[in-house]
Design a protein around this ligand. Structure first.
Ligand SMILES: NC(=O)c1ccc[n+]([C@@H]2O[C@H](COP(=O)([O-])OP(=O)(O)OC[C@H]3O[C@@H](n4cnc5c(N)ncnc54)[C@H](OP(=O)(O)O)[C@@H]3O)[C@@H](O)[C@H]2O)c1
Length: 260
């Protein structure tokens, strides 16, 4: 089945106003999918939607929603109920790097909500509709940091570990129902999220978000977990085959401490 037939007619992308999500929007539009683009910054979403509609002759709907607001699913459903969402790209996320005790509990809980609760609510709603149609796909943007305990980003890494393990389980469960699940685990990527820290001491370079999104789109339906970039994959291999979990955590703690 062709990409558009399997994952069309619409892809819903969260965190589409910048970074990896914006690249998902551009590349899925190029594949002929219509889009529902979600983030808080309306102006950015409108500009992107206009550009993509003109360039690719698709329909792109900008939907400014704060995913941390209580009734965010109702806001989304008002737009998506008449549409066929064949691909859910659950990509919006929040990161905190720094000393654990310097992050407020409020911010810690917001990160847990945006990175875990929001994808759970979206998955629960859209997966049922995909099961009814016997086709569809879900992409979760997690992180390489989800593979290990990560000092100075402990909660963030924990939220991404949740997405990895959940995605692996769901992929197996939903495959017989015609739905592909992919967990994208990027390493450092050049986006707004990484713009405030200094990652020059890290062993891997920051990747461009277009390559990260392309890696995921190419892997959808073929893999369950994917990490973009040769160096990141080398790092995953060394971490898994040659180092203990404790060694990985110690090493990443050393790297992360220098970034803030
Ligand atoms: N950059 C990296 O090195 C890296 C590495 C591994 C994984 N990731 C993951 O990649 C995903 C995308 O991040 P990015 O790197 O592309 O960063 P980014 O450019 O900062 O994108 C984050 C997106 O999430 C949206 N967002 C944040 N809070 C929101 C809220 N409350 N409601 C609705 N939308 C919200 C932002 O839009 P608005 O501000 O307009 O709402 C923005 O579109 C995240 O899940 C992140 O954890 C990033």
């Amino acid at each position: 089945m062709k990409f558009k037939e399997k994952y069309g007619q619409y892809a819903l992308i969260t965190g589409a106003s910048s970074g990896i999500g914006e690249e998902f929007a551009k590349q899925l539009a190029q594949k002929g999918l219509n889009l529902v683009l979600i983030a808080r910054r309306k102006d950015k979403l409108e500009k992107l939607s206009n550009e993509l509609e003109t360039k690719h002759k698709i329909r792109a709907i900008p939907l400014a929603v704060d995913l941390l607001s209580e009734n965010f699913l109702d806001e989304i459903k008002k737009v998506t109920d008449p549409l066929e969402i064949g691909l859910l790209v659950s990509n919006a996320g929040m990161m905190y790097i720094g000393n654990y005790m310097e992050n407020s509990l409020e911010n810690d809980l917001k990160m847990i909500d945006l990175n875990i609760k929001v994808p759970a609510i979206l998955t629960h709603h859209f997966v049922q509709l995909m099961v009814d149609r016997k086709r569809g796909g879900i992409i979760y943007t997690a992180s390489m940091l989800g593979y290990m305990g990560t000092p100075f980003a402990s909660t963030y890494a924990g939220t991404k570990a949740h997405e990895i393990v959940k995605g692996e389980g769901l992929a197996h469960e939903l495959k017989p129902k015609g739905i592909d699940v992919l967990v994208l685990n990027p390493g450092l990527t050049e986006t707004e999220m990484t713009s405030k820290n200094d990652f020059s001491g890290m062993p891997m370079k920051l990747m461009k978000p277009d390559i990260v999104a392309k890696t995921a789109i190419d892997a959808l339906g073929k893999k369950v977990l994917v990490t973009p970039g040769f160096m990141n994959n080398m790092m995953n291999w060394v971490s898994k085959r040659l180092m203990s979990r404790k060694m990985n955590t110690k090493m990443f703690g050393m790297f992360m401490k220098k970034t803030f």
